[in-house]
Design a protein around this ligand. Sequence first.
Ligand code: ATP
Length: 235
Amino acid sequence: MIRIENLCVNYGAVRALRDVSLEASPGRVTAVLGANGAGKTTLLRAISGLVKPKSGSIVFGEHSLIDVTTENIARLGVAHVPEGRGVIGELTVEENLRLGALASKVNISEGLEAQYAQFPALGDRRKKYCATLSGGERQMLAMARALIAQPEVLLLDEPSLGLAPQVTSELMKSILRLCESKNLTVILVEQNAKSALRIAHTAVVLHLGTVVASDDADKVASDDDLRRYYLGLVQ
Ligand code: ATP
């Protein structure tokens, strides 16, 4: 479980997050939604130690993540798949996956086989350069690279970015399947609220760095004001 209370993050004079509180539980997808500049990416970066909060708390299980290095946060079991996926085009699928396992104690051959079983398309392309993959395959690879280290928490930043609707729909289903089958705590940042709300259990809506709603995803999905004013889902 990730528990965040009254989190504030500034970039100089920009107040990117203001008193943000939320909880994310194992086996559940917590969607973090909102327009450009709402603070979604900053929230994930704060959890994984890439930006230092001004105040507030972030607790994972028994561990405070404040003032813990990014490497140690990853070692505790928090994996971050950044926007743009962060896979390396000049390396093969398998080489990218090996990088994901480097800092962990996982047995690399077993880890690779587990990811190929989970994402068969990656197994078929294991020797291909990542630059030759489709957008959907790259996103799968980015997730597999995070999962190979067997994290408990998966932070996903805009996984649907640039993907066709059908590919996004398949990707969302695989995120839900992974979350439930591995009891992962998934925090899913998306501007594509419609797709994220189809699979999320809980939804948090951010606007200009503050939480404007936090509820069961189906309640958020059926709230006309939230849909219209914050989620860009005009009926
Ligand atoms: P997007 O989908 O556009 O990335 P977001 O909801 O993820 O939006 P953030 O990227 O977290 O929002 O940005 C929150 C606020 O912080 C915005 O006002 C943004 O301009 C500002 N910001 C983000 N990164 C920096 C930075 N490195 N330096 C200064 N301001 C920043």
